[in-house]
Ligand binder design. Sequence first.
Ligand SMILES: Cc1ncc(COP(=O)(O)O)c(C=O)c1O
Length: 471
Amino acid sequence: MDVYESALDLIGGTPLVRIRSAGAAAVYAKLEYLSVGGSAKDRIGRRMIEQAEKDGLLGPGGTVVEATSGNTGVGLALVAAEKGYRTVLVVSDRVSREKVDTLRAFGAEVVVKPSNRPREHPDHPMRFAAHLAETTPGGWLANQYDNPANPEAHYLTTGPEIWRQTHGRVTHLVSCIGTGGTISGAGRYLKEVSGSAVQVIGADPASSVYAGGDGRPYFIEAAGHFVHPDTAQDVWPTSYQRDVVDRVVPVADRQALDTLRQLARTQGLLVGGSSGTALAAAHQVAAGAGADAVVVVVLPDSGRQYLSKYFNDAWMLGLGFLDGDASGARVADAVTEDSRTSPLPYLTTRTTVGEALAALRARAGAGADAVLPAGPCPTSSDRRPMAPELTGSVTLAALESALHDGTAAPSDPLADHLEPPLLAFGYGEPAEDAVGRLAGHTHSTAVVLRDGCAEALITSSALRAALPTRH
Ligand SMILES: Cc1ncc(COP(=O)(O)O)c(C=O)c1O
């Protein structure tokens, strides 16, 4: 019979499919979403669990614990389910609803923790998972970030599959870097088998630190490395073996999103955000390579888990990733040239009340509404805050009255006197919608977002002025 004995036999073994690309080089995508659990992480779920069993760390009645953005959770949960282990997964609240529901469907228990905690905080998913594994009898922490079985899974399966499938003709491997397991394992295998002829190229969200970014937030889930501003010492996973990687290409979120939306519409492949990042980098690599080049790009998961985000026009528009309908008045039409070109005043929660007052007064003097967004990150004139960093706001009136009442002192950290964040609109949203939403809000000032980043402040009167006059 042409059958498989268990789900474990359907892990990996994914196909390569040709992707149309501008250059002469051939680009093939490795469709990891066709693995049984829907991602590249099935491979490491199996390998990490089986290695732990061999090492005597996991046995009958045991509990698999991990902090995971979702896919590793599925990989672990499906292997654990098949083998009869309990699974507890800790995820951050940035992870999409669909991913959490999928984990629960596999029988895993899911604990959701806030995403805006530094690594040292006991509620940081990784810290919390480690504590849980230690305090649960029979608990074992998979620890994909620092588990040698993670890159090894790709060394033993992904790399050899690519070599076999291309009959040894692969010249470039392109992969995202999250834990670094895929690129390190598959990359090391391909380097070894080709006598170092294969070029190994990382693809990274532009603000992630792997490609030299400053670690600020980005919108592509599961790829790259974000650094919380309060992190004392940034630590890179040991699953990422940098010596294997020849270079890392930064890819802006917008480019990644455009690439993956385009791929679904023109080539019938529905893939996730990190696949968009990887594929955008692969197109760049292919454009610079010769006609004999065979570029293989790993696409880690399916777009089905991101239907409410990357494939949702309202989500894209709200963050300023789409131009919107240019035939009507858009938020962008109400942004003055002045506010577009002068840096957005932005306060960090570490500034003092005295410093905040000085900034607010300067802005009030310039005739602008004296409301400023505030958040945790330090910023500079060329570093505008990203939407997730806009965690609060302050007004001149509120701070002045707090000083007057004695409930605030000039040396107080601003964090103690924050009001709720300003509303934010994508630049392509209809101006009329923005006017309506702003009408019900405390402040008549809002933030305009472009590519997920605060571009300007806007007032309700400017928005109304941009609307066509009705006769
Ligand atoms: C969707 C997705 N893309 C990319 C990655 C990164 O792969 P790796 O952890 O092997 O570097 C992951 C892993 O977390 C993932 O789930």
